[in-house]
Design a binder for this molecule. Structure first.
Ligand code: ADP
Ligand code: MG
Length: 253
């Protein structure tokens, strides 16, 4: 997978968003978003609290009914209540700020739970995959531990391995390091960076601008449910064109 700048946008689209609108009651939270994410592309979403970032990710994962507009995963529309929704949702992994691990299951049991009980894959095979994923996230020695005995950074790495065990085509991250102590942020970002280098299509909401600069192919700034500005990280951080982008980035530094 080529990960060099603009070449990635020549790949076929993995996610297509057309005129997406999402209202909660009278509150228009997503206000006409058009976006395409290419296969293997890493997009970082930035924006103030309440600007609609989480809602947008939840729409991409089929967790919200859309008020209007459409979302395609490859060429299949995400349609609420359609038979294909469940199947497509399995192809879209999501990692949250709160790791949501099952506290009564070991690390290994957390990872194999959905592949065994939802996908009905053979347990032996799933365990092998889970162990490979644990090695990938640097937690081979923790497979029999319970989440309560792990650090936040370790829990988040387990959550990433658990999402990957479903063999997703897309990984969505919603502020995956925001709940972590500062010294634990790096180990999670390292795993995400590796995933990006492996060619995963990723949409990441984060305040980690260092990660965005280094790993993102494209940065999208959202304000009040609209895309205000987007471009390569060097452009968005180095030379933002829009006043609202400048103001947002100015507040961070
Ligand atoms: P962000 O992730 O950028 O902080 P959110 O997508 O969480 O923003 O929220 C955007 C707006 O949508 C906020 O005003 C929030 O209160 C509202 N909102 C989000 N989820 C719901 C919901 N389930 N019901 C009603 N309003 C919601
Ligand atoms: Mg949010």
């Amino acid at each position: 997978m080529l990960r060099l700048g603009l070449t990635i946008t020549n790949n076929p689209p993995m996610i297509t968003v057309n005129r997406l609108v999402k209202d909660f009651g009278y509150n228009r939270v997503i206000d006409g978003i058009d976006a395409t994410v290419s296969t293997g592309e890493v997009v970082v979403l930035i924006g103030a609290s309440g600007s609609g970032k989480s809602t947008f990710l939840r729409c991409l994962n089929g967790l919200e009914t859309l008020t209007s507009g459409e979302i395609l995963i490859e060429s299949t529309p995400l349609e609420r209540n359609s038979k294909s929704l469940k199947q497509i949702r399995r192809q879209v992994g999501m990692v949250f700020q709160q790791f949501n691990l099952f506290p009564h299951l070991t690390v290994l049991e957390n990872i194999i739970e959905a592949p065994v009980h939802v996908l009905h894959q053979p347990k032996k095979q799933v365990i092998k995959v889970a162990q490979e994923l644990l090695a990938k996230v640097g937690l081979s020695d923790k497979q029999n531990c319970y989440p309560g005995t792990l650090s936040g950074g370790q829990c988040q790495r387990v959550a990433i391995a658990r999402a990957l065990a479903m063999h997703p085509k897309i990984m969505l991250f919603d502020e995956p390091t925001s709940a972590l102590d500062p010294e634990l942020v790096g180990e999670v970002l390292t795993v995400m960076k590796q995933l990006a280098e492996d060619g995963m299509t990723m949409v990441v909401v984060t305040h980690e601008m260092g990660f965005a600069r280094e790993v993102a192919d494209r940065v999208i700034f959202i304000d009040e449910g609209k895309i205000v500005e987007e471009g390569p990280p060097a452009q968005i951080f180095g030379n933002p064109q829009e006043k609202r982008t400048q103001a947002f980035l100015g507040r961070l530094s």
